[in-house]
Ligand binder design. Structure first.
Ligand SMILES: [Zn+2]
Length: 61
């Protein structure tokens, strides 16, 4: 069983655990704006997988 860390997209569904996107997880002060930006970026990333995109081969994305 794979460890689900930041997100998963499979069979046209995506799952995004929110805990690790929160600054508090890393013992940093709460930052609501940063959390919203992370959720947005992660959502766009996983939707890319849902629509068939893979990671960039040079791992910049
Ligand atoms: Zn990905």
């Amino acid at each position: 069983m794979a460890l689900l860390t930041f997100g998963l997209a499979r069979d046209q569904k995506a799952l995004i655990p929110l805990t690790r996107l929160r600054s508090e997880f890393y013992r940093l002060p709460e930052d609501a704006d940063l959390f919203k930006r992370r959720v947005l970026k992660k959502t766009v990333h996983e939707l890319g997988h849902v629509f068939g995109l893979d990671h960039c081969p040079d791992r910049t994305m």
